[in-house]
Design a protein around this ligand. Sequence first.
Ligand code: NSS
Length: 438
Amino acid sequence: MLSGLKDRVQVKTILNTESHLEGKEVTLAGWVYNRRAHGNLLFIDLRDGTGIIQISIHKDKVPQKVFKDVERVTRESSVIAKGVVRSDRRAPGGYEIDLKDFHIEGLAEEWPLPIDAGVDVLFDKRHLHLRGEKQTLIMRVRATVFDAMREWFKQNSWTEVHPPIIISASVEGGATLFKMDYFGEVAYLTQSSQFYLEAMIQSLEKVYCINPSFRSEKSKTPRHLTEFWMAEAEAAWMDLEDITRVEEQLVSYICQVVAERHRKDLETLGRNPDDIGSVKPPFDRISYREAIERIKKKGMKIDYGDDMGADEESKLTEDLHKPMFVLEYPKDLKAFYHLPKPSDPSIVMCGDCEAPEGYGEIIGGGQRIHDKDTLIKRIKEDKLKPADYEWYIDLRRYGTVPHSGFGLGVDRLVRWVCKLDHIRATIPFPRTMTRRVP
Ligand code: NSS
C-alpha cells in the first residue's frame, strides 16, 4: 500500500452512519471537485471513486502551510487529506471533515472545461469530462445494467458465449460493414453476433453474449453509434411469442434492478425511478400494420411498406409509459434470415421492442428461417451470395430446429433509463460518424 494511505477511508464509508466514524481522524484520497472561500474559511468538495464529501479548513486551526496549500490547490488536483469526521446537517451528505493535514499529489493545470462548454468541447475532452457528477452516475447505472443482464440470464439458465468480432460476411446488410484488410483478404467488424449464436444453440440450447457491434452508419441521430454494445440471445425450440416473452422479462428485470439500486442517482439525472421500476410484463404487442396506422393518425406521412425511422418511432411511442412490441414487418424491410409467416410469406415473424416516451427501438429480433432451401432462396433474393453463408446454411443441414433470438441495444436502453437526450452520453468514449478521438 502507498505510504500515507494506510488509514484511508473512502467517502461512501464516511457517509454511511453505520460506520460510526464521527469524531475519528481519517485519511481521504481523491480529487478537488470544487473549492470555495468565505474569508478565513475554505471549503473543498473532495471526490473519490465512491462519492463527494465537504472538507472545511479554518485558517486558525491548521498550520499555515496547510492553509496555503489549500488556497493554491486547483480544481481536479489530486490530493490526500487528513481530518476529523464531524456530523453536520447542513453538509450535503450529513458529514464533513475538519481538515488537519493536506498533501497535493498532482496540482492540476487550469481546468479546460468551462461551465458553459459546448458539446463538441466536452466530447473533445471526454477523458476529462467523464469526471463530472452526471457522467459518473451514468457510468454507474450502465454498469448495473450489465450486471442485471448477466444476473437475469444466469437465473434463467442461459449460457454466456464469446463470438468473434472479426467476421467474413454481413448479418444486417452490406451497406453498414466496416471493412478491413485481413492479411490480403477482406474481413469486417461484426454487426451482430447472431449467426454465431445460432451455431451454438445445437449444443447449449439457450445462449447469449454481450459484445460490441459495429455499423458504419451515416446517421447523425441521437440514437446511433458506430460502435455500440449489444446483448444478444438465441434459443432452440422457441418461436416469436416465446422469444418476445424472454425480451419483456429481461427488460423488466433490468428496469427494476436499476430503479432499486439507483433511486437517488436516477433522480439526480432527472428520471423518476418509479417510471422505470414500474416496467413489468406483459408489454403491448401491435403489428407493423397497426403501427403505421397509428403514426398516420398522428399526422405523419408514412405508408404501409415504408421503414420507420427515428422520427416515426418517436411519434409512435411518445405517449407510452412502458415498452411495446411491433411485430410482423414486411419482409422487404428486414434482413434475409427472418422466418416468413406461413399464412402470408410477404411478412416475416420478427419483433422490435420500442422504448416509451419517444425513445424508440431498443431490441430487434424474431424467429429465424430453419429450412435450408427457404434460407438459400432468401439469401439470393437479397442479392447476397450463398457461398458467403456456407457455414450458416450448414446449420440447416445438420439437425436444424425452429429457433429465435434477439439483440438488445444496451446503449439505447441506458439512454432511455437515464432519460438522456443523446446516446453519446451513455458510453465512456463514443464512436460516431464524426468522432473517434479520444
Ligand atoms: O439491427 S438490429 O435491429 N438487429 C440485429 O442486429 C439482430 N441481428 C440481432 C439479433 O437478433 N441477434 O439491431 C439490434 C439492436 C437495435 O434494436 C438497436 O437497439 C441496436 O441494436 N442498434 C444500435 N444501437 C446504437 N447504434 C446503432 N448504430 C445501432 N444499430 C442497432
